[in-house]
Design a protein around this ligand. Structure first.
Ligand code: KG4
Ligand code: ZN
Length: 353
């Protein structure tokens, strides 16, 4: 089955064709990062306009790369939410127009579910059951998928997402958007213990919270700036940017690791899969690999290109949803900027083979 996926939930216009959920035929991603970086973050109005400009060329390029025509495609899948309303609408409208004109079945896909499904694209041994940590700019969720392919959210962030926490401190330090990859690069050979961060205690075992760490980092920045001013020095004379971001990144990653380890032990997990933009971080992947090796568990993470927003993961998720009996979306499909993951995930079981 050939599924054409469309993703436009934030600042990437992406279209991909995937065969049978596992085999990538073509994958085109137009990133708007350059447009938004001068504003220090995604500007929703500019994002929707840019999607309008690029959606048709990206669809054309994807078909050309695949050496296919729309007639060859069996189903159209589109990210219907959650995300930026105006951005989502561009992808949803394009998908509806294709489905109508070419008489193709249309499927509405949940963004978090598709991030997890990226693991099916990357490793042919990946299958249910598993525990997934979804870490992106908008989400930090711990989700189990049982042998009957049912998802359950067991924990999530009570405030900022991990990627958002990285992006905000990068911005406060004057680093360009998005902060996550730049912090990874700067932190690579730096001292992660240069600054101390508190261990965040929460009532709920598997929930996360990053706003305390973010406030602590902002306080460090202010104190270092004040001291530098008093002593007529530069920020970097007191602490290098590399050590600063390495310590902050480590504080975030230790919380991700600690909560996931707790879930593994309490729920007797055998397989762990990272997902989402922050999962592209090699330091995070290494920390999880070591933890899983120590616990003798299988560890999976998507290829870097399938961690950040892309449409291959949308097509893959749709394939498994279709196998599990998912109903077609109607041509009245609307974008859902807020879409409860639990209701999608529990009503739309994932299916692997
Ligand atoms: O999944 P994604 O592309 O979009 C959302 O669904 O949010 O994730 C984007 C997030 C941003 O916060 C970005 O800083 C972060 O993923 N990110 C990274 C890396 N690459 C992207 N964070 C840490 N290390 C990276 N290499
Ligand atoms: Zn995403």
């Amino acid at each position: 089955m050939l599924v054409l996926g469309i993703e436009s939930s934030c600042d990437e216009t992406a279209v991909a064709i995937v065969r049978d959920g596992r085999y990538l035929i073509s994958n085109v991603v137009y990133s708007q990062i350059k447009i938004h970086s001068e504003f220090g973050g995604v500007v929703p109005e500019i994002a929707s306009r840019s999607h309008v400009d690029s959606i048709v060329p990206v669809i054309d390029e994807c078909l050309k790369e695949a050496k296919l025509q729309m007639e060859h495609i069996d189903a159209i899948a589109v990210t219907a939410g959650p995300g930026l309303a105006g951005s989502l609408l561009v992808g949803v409208t394009a998908a509806k127009a294709i489905a109508y004109y070419y008489k193709k079945p249309l499927y509405a896909i949940h963004h978090i579910a598709s991030h997890i499904a990226a693991n099916f694209l990357t490793d042919e041994n990946f299958d249910v059951p598993f525990l997934s940590l979804v870490v992106s700019g908008g989400h930090t969720h711990l989700i189990t998928c049982d042998k009957d392919r049912k998802f359950k959210i067991i924990g999530k962030t009570q405030d900022d997402a991990a990627g958002e926490a990285l992006d905000k401190i990068a911005r406060a330090l004057g680093l360009p958007y998005p902060g996550g990859p730049i912090i990874e690069h700067l932190a690579r050979n730096a001292n992660k213990d240069a600054l101390k961060y508190p261990r965040i205690k929460l009532n709920s075992d598997f929930d996360f919270s990053f706003s305390g760490l973010k406030t602590c980092a902002l306080n460090y920045i202010n104190r270092i700036k004040m001291e530098a001013e008093k002593r007529k020095l530069k920020f970097e004379d007191i602490i290098s940017i590399e050590d600063f971001v390495a310590s902050y990144q480590n504080a975030i990653f230790q919380q991700l690791l600690e909560k996931t380890a707790l879930a593994i032990d309490k729920l007797k997990i055998q397989k762990v899969a990272l997902a989402g933009g922050v999962a592209a971080n090699q330091t995070l992947q290494n920390l999880f690999k070591v933890m899983c090796d120590n616990k003798k568990l299988d560890f999976f993470a998507p290829d870097k290109k399938f961690c950040t927003d892309n449409a291959a993961m949308v097509a893959t998720m749709a394939y498994y949803d279709i196998l599990a009996g998912k109903k077609e979306a109607s041509l009245h499909l609307d974008a859902k900027s807020i879409w409860d993951a639990e209701s999608y995930l529990s009503s739309e079981p994932i299916s692997a083979k």
